[in-house]
Design a binder for this molecule. Structure first.
Ligand code: SAH
Length: 404
């Protein structure tokens, strides 16, 4: 019999709203024995409400697999869940044609701790990259890999379970081929096309699973806005926004990142697209906070500025410091815009909600002495779907702002 996780009185409320996380403070005790990742029954008032993965080291003590107490958590369960996630992308048939596509978005697909992205290279086909970040996902690693092969027909699965959050679950990092092997020519050479631009994706050493797929449609939007503009792209990583700006007809694109390997990859990506005018692009290795001040001191300005920083606030407890950092770069961004200029600004911090983010940007515009209005709200691409019961899934928020 599986162990039972007994909830403290009144702590079943979020569960009844189908939120999948059970924090340490909600757990009264564990009856029976469970190892990390084992399935436990979640009990309130002597009633089983859900089945969840036990994670004793994490503040999130358990993550729900199923709200149906009768559902058995076994290999077949993962087959069903993975197949459903892959099928869900088919709701928008055009989405499934994307060469870089998120197939599983963790909690929002009913698979807490499981991320899977598919990269399609025209020369050698598909590679799926998985990231497992919870004790439960780790326990069912083989079942998830088999289910992915079955649901996608892709024989090549690479594991990038090296995200920092694994440490919070007491898990060591793990990377390597989970199914199949590297295509000849090496895995550093996966090339996808995104809105007509070729991008190499480094699934072994790149960030996340190799690429920021969540910004796919926002990069396209930037391209649409770029004709005839002088663009500044801050936190450019491998140049996704920069290349779309060039494709959209920007007259110049200055891109800044503190990582030289990312900038090298960005320049190489530009070379993959000979129709783009490389003489319009400049790559600068610098700290954005310092470089924006230098550009201001030098009297520079731009028509269109992108700010896509890393997560400054991984959780709500970091929100205050993060808010200051967002304010700082947005203030500098507003100051560097030419009259009528556009700011495309993002936060991917779970701890900063849309309302707070908009307040921060409003404060920045005010302090910069610029009247500003929101032209458009921006969000993650639709393959990064958000379960309504799990608003944390909507971590990426953006604003397109025009200053006077
Ligand atoms: N916009 C990118 C993703 C940005 S990820 C895309 O569409 O692909 C964030 C990037 O910020 C990373 O490449 C990281 O190297 C860089 N970075 C983090 N802190 C920085 C800082 N203080 N100054 C400059 N770059 C920084």
């Amino acid at each position: 019999m599986s162990a039972q996780l007994i909830l403290a009185p009144g702590k079943e409320r979020s569960l009844l709203r189908r939120h999948p996380w059970l924090f340490a403070g909600s757990v009264e005790r564990l009856v029976g024995r469970a190892r990390p990742g084992d399935t436990v029954e979640v009990v309130a008032d002597k009633q089983v409400l859900a089945k969840a993965a036990w994670s004793p080291e994490s503040q999130i003590r358990a993550r729900v697999w199923s709200f149906d107490p009768a559902e058995i958590i076994d290999n077949a369960f993962f087959k069903r869940r993975v197949a459903a996630a892959v099928a869900r992308r088919g709701v928008s048939p055009r989405l499934t044609l994307e060469q870089g596509l998120r197939l599983i978005h963790a909690e929002s697909d009913g698979l807490p701790g499981v991320i899977a992205d598919r990269y399609r290279d025209e020369r050698f086909g598909d590679t799926v990259v998985v990231q497992l970040t919870s004790a439960g996902a780790e326990k069912w690693r083989e079942a998830i890999a088999d289910a992915l092969v079955q649901a996608t027909g892709c024989a090549r699965i690479y594991e990038r379970s090296d995200s920092d959050v694994r440490g919070l679950e007491g898990l060591e990092p793990r990377t390597g081929w989970l199914r199949g092997e590297a295509p000849s020519g090496g895995v550093g050479e996966i090339v996808i096309e995104e809105h007509g631009v070729k991008m190499a994706v480094d699934i072994v050493a790149g960030h996340k699973t190799g690429f920021y797929l969540d910004q796919r449609d926002n990069r396209k939007r930037l391209g649409e806005l770029s004709a005839g503009k002088r663009v500044l792209n801050c936190f450019c990583y491998t140049g996704g926004f920069s290349l779309q700006a060039l494709a959209g007809g920007a007259t110049s694109v200055l891109s800044i990142d503190s990582s030289q390997p990312a900038l090298d990859r960005a320049a190489a990506n530009l070379a993959l697209n000979p129709r783009l005018d490389a003489t319009c692009a400049e790559w600068r290795c610098a700290n954005v906070f310092d470089e924006l001040r230098k550009l201001k001191a030098a009297g520079e300005n731009f028509d269109l500025i992108v700010l896509d920083p890393p997560k400054f606030a991984p959780s709500a407890s970091h929100a205050e410091r993060a808010a200051r950092a967002y304010k700082d770069i947005n203030l500098l961004g507003c100051k560097l815009l030419a009259p009528g200029g556009l700011l495309m600004t993002y936060s991917c911090s779970g701890g900063i909600g849309l309302e707070l983010f908009q307040k921060i940007v409003a404060g920045a515009a005010l302090d910069a002495g610029r009247e500003a209005r929101v032209i458009q709200r921006l969000q993650g691409a639709p393959d990064h779907l958000v379960a309504l019961a799990f608003p944390e899934g909507e971590y990426l928020k953006g604003l397109l702002v025009q200053v006077s």
